[in-house]
Design a protein around this ligand. Structure first.
Ligand code: 3H9
Length: 697
C-alpha cells in the first residue's frame, strides 16, 4: 500500500476569485504538505490565469498558528517557508489573505507576504517565535517594520504577545477588520480587489523608517532581562537590517533563524511547549469530570485567599471558611486586595472586580459548605487538624462533593481515612501566590476515583493553570525534589562558598533568584519548621544541612519579612548580611571544616546533579508519570529556567553516563547523600535518555 498524499490546501474558483482554503487541523500549522499546497495553488492559478485574484483563508477555529513545530530539529523539507512566501509576494495575480482566530508566527508571515490583509473579528496576531527560542524566520522581521515601523516589530517579536485585531488594524498590519465567516469574507475581499475598493501592494516595496533609538532601547532591555537568551539578540539584529534592501534583510534573518534553530535553548523551550500539553495525558483523561459550580475554601491565610481569588477570577463562586471572624475578615481583605491588584495592573476592570467579589461568601461555619461541589482545605500543616476537618466535611458535604487538601507534603491516603468516601478525596497542591502561579499538583491517592482526578485536571484548565499528576509521598513531585537538592546549597556554603556566590552562579545559569534569596523571600522559618518536623527521621549517617539556617532563624531573622536573613533589606536595597558571615565561620569551625574554593561551574554541577538525582527517583518510584511531568513542575512552579527545558531535559544534555560518573566522584566526600539511582545507572548502561522514557510512556 502506498501512502496517500495529504491534501490540506484546496482551490475553489468562484467567478474571478480563486478561494484557496488551508485545512490542517488542529491549528493549520504550516506542515510540509501545507507549504506544498500553497505553492502549487499559487503557481497553478498564475500559470492558468484561472482567476483575477487569489484569496487565501483557513478552515477551523484559527488561521495558521505558525510553522509546524514538530518539524524543527528534523531534516528540512522543501519548500522552505521563506522561499514560498517570496513566491507568494511575487505572484502576478494579487493575493489577499483573510485571517481569523490566531495568526501566529509563520501564519502571520503568510499574511504579511500577501498583497492585502483582512482580519475577522476576534482575531489575534503575534510573533511568538522568541518564546520557543527562535525569531520570525519567514520575513516577519522585514515585513512588520515595513508596514508598522521598527518599534512595533520590536515589541511584537521580543514579547511574543498576541495583539488584538483592532490594534493590528490601527497599526496598519491589516487593512480591514470584518465580521463573518472567513470564506464569505475571502470571497468579498477578492471581489473588492477586482473592483479596486481594496487596495493591494507588495510589502517588500515599502521602506522601513530607521529608528536607532528604538533599537538601542531594545538592546538595553534584552541585556537586562534576557541576557541568557540568544534569540532576542538575533531578532534585534534582523529587525535592524530591515532598513536596507529586503533581500539582504531576509538573508540576515534566515541565518539568525538557522543559528537559533541549532541551539539547545530552542530544544529546551520547545520541550517546555509540548511538555505543558503532554502532562494532560493521564490515565484518567477519558473519565467524565464532575460539574464544579461552587467551591468552598477552608482557611483564609495567604494560600486559602490565593486559591479563592483564583477560583473567583475563573468565575466560580466561593465560600470562604475561617474559625474566627477576625481571621475570616482578614481573608476577605486579602482576596479584595488581590483583586484590587489586578485592577491596578490593568488586568481587571473595576466593574468586573465588583462582580467577582459578589461571588464570594464568607462564613465561620463548616456547615455553609453543605451544597458546594468541591472543598479545598488550606489550613496549617497538622495531620490531626486536617483529619478532624475531613471527618466533619464527610458528614456535612453533599454526596459526590470532592474533598481536596492543599497540603504540600502530608499523606493524602491518611487524610482520606477520616472520611467514609476516600474515592472523593484528592490533593490539589497550589503554589503561592495561588492566583498567580501556574502550577497545580494533582495528587492522586490510592482510592481516588478516576472522575475525581479528571475533575482536578478540568479545574486546572478553568483556572488557567497547568495540572500535573503526582503520587502520594512526602512533598509529592516538587517539594520532595526541593527537599533533597536544597541541602546541596547548604553543604556548599558550609564547605567554602558564600551564599552570594551560590546565588550568583545559579542566577547566571538562568534561575530568576538564587536559593538563598528565595529562602529570604519565602521566609526562612518555613524551612526551619520542615527541618524540625523531619529531625526525628534523619538517618544517623546523614550530614545535617541546617546548621547555618537554624542559627539565622534562632536570631528571629526569617528573611525579607523581618528585614534580614541571608541578606539585609533596607527599603529597596539588599546586601549580604555580615552577621551571617560570622555564623558560617563559627559553624565551619565547630564542624572542623577548612573552607575550600568552588568555581561557579562546580556550584551549578552539584546543585543540578542533586536535583536530577531526586527527580530520577521520583520517576523511578512512579510519583511522576514521566520525566516530562517533573520538568513541567519545575518550569511552572519553581522558577526553573525555561530555556533549559526542566531538570530532566537538562539531564539529557549531560547524559546519564556523565551524571553517574559525577555522582560517584561526589560520593567520595559523602556516600550517603550522593547515591546513584538504579534508573540512572540502567540508563547509563543502555544509552537510554529521559526523552526515550517520555516516548515509551
Ligand atoms: C514559526 O512560525 C517560525 C516561522 O517564523 C519561520 C519558519 C521558517 N506546530 O495549544 P493547544 C498543537 S514557529 C505543531 O492545545 P489552544 C499542540 O501541540 C511557530 N503543533 O490549543 C496541540 O496538540 P495536541 C510559531 C502545534 O487552542 C494542538 O495543536 N507559532 C502548533 O490552547 C492544540 O494546541 C507558535 O509558537 C504548531 N505551531 O492554543 C504558536 N501549535 O492536541 C504555538 C499548536 O496533540 N501555538 N500545536 O496536544 C500556540 O500558541 C497555541 O497552540 C494556539 C492554540 C494559541 C495556536
Amino acid at each position: 500500500m502506498t501512502d496517500q498524499p495529504i491534501i490540506s490546501v484546496t482551490t475553489e474558483i468562484v467567478g474571478d476569485v480563486a478561494l484557496v482554503c488551508i485545512d490542517n487541523p488542529p491549528v493549520n500549522a504550516l506542515s510540509v504538505h501545507v507549504r506544498t499546497g500553497i505553492q502549487s495553488a499559487v503557481a497553478t492559478i498564475n500559470a492558468e490565469k484561472s482567476a483575477k485574484v487569489i484569496a487565501i483563508y483557513a478552515a477551523g477555529r484559527t488561521f495558521i498558528a505558525g510553522a509546524d513545530i514538530t518539524e524543527f530539529g528534523k531534516p528540512p523539507m522543501p519548500p522552505a517557508l521563506p522561499d514560498l512566501l517570496n513566491e507568494v509576494e511575487a505572484s502576478e495575480i494579487p493575493v489577499v489573505c483573510v485571517v481569523h482566530g490566531t495568526a501566529l508566527g509563520g501564519g502571520l508571515e503568510v499574511a504579511l507576504a500577501a498583497h492585502a490583509r483582512v482580519g475577522v473579528k476576534g482575531l489575534k496576531i503575534g510573533l511568538p517565535e522568541v518564546l520557543i527560542g527562535l525569531l520570525p524566520g519567514a520575513g516577519g522581521t522585514q515585513r512588520v517594520p515595513r508596514l508598522a515601523g521598527i518599534p512595533v516589530a520590536l515589541d511584537m517579536a521580543l514579547s511574543g504577545r498576541q495583539m488584538p485585531g483592532a490594534e493590528a488594524l490601527e497599526l496598519g498590519l491589516i487593512d480591514r477588520l470584518e465580521d463573518g465567516a472567513p470564506r464569505d469574507i475571502a470571497l468579498q475581499a477578492g471581489q473588492d480587489v477586482i473592483a479596486g475598493t481594496l487596495e493591494t501592494r507588495r510589502t517588500c516595496d515599502l521602506q522601513t523608517t530607521p529608528d536607532d533609538a528604538a533599537l538601542d532601547a531594545a538592546r538595553a532591555m534584552v541585556e537586562k532581562k534576557h541576557r541568557n537568551l540568544v534569540s532576542p539578540q538575533r531578532c534585534i539584529e534582523a529587525i535592524a537590517a530591515s532598513t536596507g534592501p529586503i533581500a539582504d534583510g531576509l538573508k540576515i534573518e534566515r541565518q539568525a533563524f538557522i543559528d537559533c534553530l541549532a541551539t539547545p535553548q530552542r530544544a529546551g523551550l520547545i520541550h517546555a511547549f509540548f511538555g505543558e500539553r503532554a502532562v494532560a495525558n493521564v490515565p484518567e483523561k477519558k473519565a467524565q469530570p464532575r460539574d464544579i459550580n461552587a467551591i468552598g475554601v477552608i482557611g483564609g491565610g495567604t494560600m486559602g485567599s490565593g486559591i479563592a481569588t483564583s477560583a473567583l477570577l475563573a468565575g466560580i463562586p466561593v465560600t470562604l471558611i475561617e474559625v474566627k471572624q477576625e481571621a475570616l475578615d482578614k481573608g476577605v481583605a486579602t482576596i479584595t486586595g488581590n483583586l484590587d491588584g489586578a485592577v491596578k495592573r490593568g488586568k481587571l476592570s473595576a466593574e468586573k472586580r465588583d462582580a467577582t467579589l459578589a461571588m464570594l461568601s464568607a462564613s465561620t461555619e463548616l456547615q455553609s459548605l453543605a451544597e458546594v461541589d468541591l472543598v479545598i482545605e488550606a489550613v496549617f500543616e497538622k495531620m490531626e487538624v486536617k483529619k478532624e476537618i475531613f471527618g466533619n466535611l464527610d458528614t456535612i458535604c453533599k454526596p459526590g462533593a470532592i474533598l481536596a487538601s492543599n497540603t504540600s507534603y502530608l499523606d493524602i491516603n491518611e487524610i482520606a481515612t477520616a472520611t467514609s468516601r476516600p474515592e472523593d478525596v484528592i490533593g490539589l497542591h497550589f503554589f503561592s501566590p495561588a492566583h498567580v502561579m501556574r502550577l497545580l499538583e494533582i495528587v492522586v491517592a490510592d482510592k481516588t476515583a478516576p472522575e475525581v482526578t479528571a475533575t482536578g485536571f478540568a479545574l486546572a484548565k478553568r483556572l488557567k493553570k497547568i495540572g500535573v499528576r503526582a503520587g502520594v509521598c512526602d512533598g509529592f513531585i516538587g517539594n520532595r525534589i526541593l527537599g533533597h537538592y536544597s541541602k546541596t546549597a547548604a553543604y556548599l556554603v558550609l564547605d567554602g562558598a558564600t551564599p552570594q556566590q551560590v546565588d550568583q552562579a545559579l542566577e547566571d545559569f538562568g534561575f530568576a533568584m538564587g536559593p538563598h534569596k528565595v529562602g529570604d523571600l519565602a521566609g526562612l522559618d518555613i524551612g526551619w519548621m520542615t527541618r524540625q518536623r523531619k529531625a526525628a527521621d534523619m538517618p544517623s549517617n546523614e550530614r545535617y544541612a541546617g546548621n547555618v539556617a537554624d542559627r539565622i532563624c534562632e536570631n528571629g531573622w526569617f528573611g525579607r519579612k523581618t528585614g534580614q536573613g541571608y541578606y539585609v533589606y533596607e527599603g529597596r536595597d539588599m546586601r549580604p548580611n555580615p552577621e551571617v558571615e560570622k555564623i558560617i565561620a563559627a559553624e565551619r569551625e565547630k564542624a572542623g571544616i577548612t573552607p575550600r574554593d568552588f568555581t561557579d561551574q562546580d556550584i551549578v554541577d552539584r546543585y543540578m546533579t542533586a536535583m536530577i538525582v531526586e527527580a530520577t527517583r521520583v520517576v523511578e518510584d512512579g510519583i511522576a508519570l514521566r520525566p516530562v511531568d517533573v520538568d513541567v513542575v519545575f518550569l511552572s512552579g519553581y522558577g526553573f529556567p525555561r530555556f533549559r527545558g526542566g531538570p530532566l531535559h537538562y539531564a539529557d544534555t549531560i547524559g546519564a553516563a556523565e551524571l553517574v560518573k559525577r555522582i560517584e566522584d561526589y560520593a567520595s566526600e559523602d556516600a550517603h547523600y550522593w547515591q546513584v539511582p538504579d534508573l540512572l545507572r540502567e540508563m547509563a548502561a543502555s544509552g537510554r535518555s529521559f526523552a526515550d522514557i517520555n516516548k515509551e510512556a
